[in-house]
Ligand binder design. Structure first.
Ligand SMILES: [Zn+2]
Ligand SMILES: [Zn+2]
Length: 377
């Protein structure tokens, strides 16, 4: 008996009461206008994005520092008066344990499980019966075992992220060195205009290369393969990454705080954007970019990366893959054992390979693409 037949039988055996409850819930949600539902969901994803690695705490630290000019002068004074290392560390990280670490991790767990759980129930449970209307890969589901696996691995990484954010927050609030600034125009108005696109493009481009390098056979096998356990990613997959890789990627986003002068609002806003899309891109839901985001790929772009492995390495700028020839092509096939992002030419594929690839393509939802048309069929 095939898996889908088994699934159908399990579904028909669902208790009647559960089916009635699901129908009632569907009815309630269907009376709410679409723009309110999608606005609410976006808001929740946004909150999950800024809380799951403890970044909210760092944002508050920057706010507090912007309100207290003495802290900036403290930074200058300490730069010229080096103290004993132990004392210096104590000064910089006062309040880290227990207040900041406990605060960051507790909030991160609450929102990761609360909002991630809500998204999961709203789509993967309540709308399980009509995946064609919302799921990027409607015929394929992550197994229960992999769902639990991604939650545990994701939880572990976000714990590391929360401790890191708590450390950065205490560093900022205790007057530690940073290139973040708080007075608009401090480095000139021209720089104020270009700093955000510059830092956004730079970090995104570095992340493209990091990701591509993690797809080289050795690094893939030992580190990045863990994240590719999830061929049908969900919102919980976003931080389900090997700790070594998680830390190295976080370093890219932390780097501007220490080397590039950027206004606190621009920097924190950029992190919100990146983390928000990290969740959206892993949701497995047919979300598309909005009209004011021409640079941004649709959710299916990274979903394709999980389905086909060594292709579409970029995150928030589609251009990098186009420039480097690693964007998915219609006349190529991609698989976990075909490395380097160039795929295998269809003309060189065997009949079995072509059939397997065609099946994969039919497993994709046309609604996930622009004009609701699967461009790879
Ligand atoms: Zn990857
Ligand atoms: Zn991913």
């Amino acid at each position: 008996m095939s898996k889908t037949e088994k699934k159908k039988i399990v579904r028909t055996q669902e208790p009647e009461a559960t089916m009635m409850l699901n129908k009632d819930l569907d009815k309630d949600w269907s009376t709410i206008p679409d723009y309110i539902t999608s606005g609410l969901l976006s808001g929740l994803v946004f909150i999950m994005g800024i809380t799951m690695r403890g970044d909210w705490l760092m944002f508050m630290a920057h706010y507090r520092r912007s309100q207290d000019s003495e802290l900036d002068s403290l930074m200058d004074r300490n730069a010229t008066e080096p103290t004993e290392l132990g004392l210096w560390l104590q000064e910089r990280f006062t309040g880290l344990w227990p207040d900041y670490i406990v605060g960051a991790t507790v909030v991160s767990y609450l929102f990761f499980f609360g909002i991630g759980g809500f998204l999961h129930v709203y789509y993967y449970v309540m709308q399980k019966d009509n995946p064609e209307s919302w799921k990027c890969q409607p015929n394929k589901w992550l197994s229960k075992k992999d769902e639990i696996h991604e939650i545990i691995v994701g939880w572990f990484s976000l714990t590391i992220g929360s401790v890191l954010s708590a450390a950065l927050a205490t560093w900022v609030i205790n007057g530690g060195y940073t290139t973040i600034y708080y007075e608009f125009g401090k480095h000139g108005y021209l720089w104020a205009l270009v700093e955000l696109p510059f830092v956004f493009l730079l970090t995104d481009y570095i992340t493209y290369w990091y990701h591509r390098i993690y797809h080289l056979p050795f690094l893939y096998k030992h580190f990045h393969k863990l994240h590719h356990t999830y061929k049908q990613p969900t919102a919980f997959s976003v931080t389900a990454i090997h700790p070594v890789e998680f830390l190295s990627i976080q370093m890219i986003y932390i780097m501007p705080m220490f080397v590039i002068p950027i206004h606190a609002v621009a920097y924190c806003g950029m992190l919100c954007y990146i983390y928000y899309h990290g969740i959206i891109d892993h949701s497995g839901i047919t979300f598309k970019k909005l009209w004011f985001q021409p640079w941004q790929p649709d959710c299916i772009f990274h979903d394709n990366h999980h389905q086909y492995f060594h292709v579409n390495f970029g995150f928030n700028v589609e251009l990098w893959d186009k420039l480097h020839g690693t964007q998915r092509q219609k006349d190529k096939i991609y698989r976990e054992d075909i490395f380097y992002g160039n795929g295998k030419d269809i003309s060189e594929a065997t009949r079995e390979e072509l059939e397997a690839d065609e099946q994969q393509r039919h497993d994709e939802n046309p609604l996930a693409y622009q004009q609701n048309k699967n461009k790879y069929l």
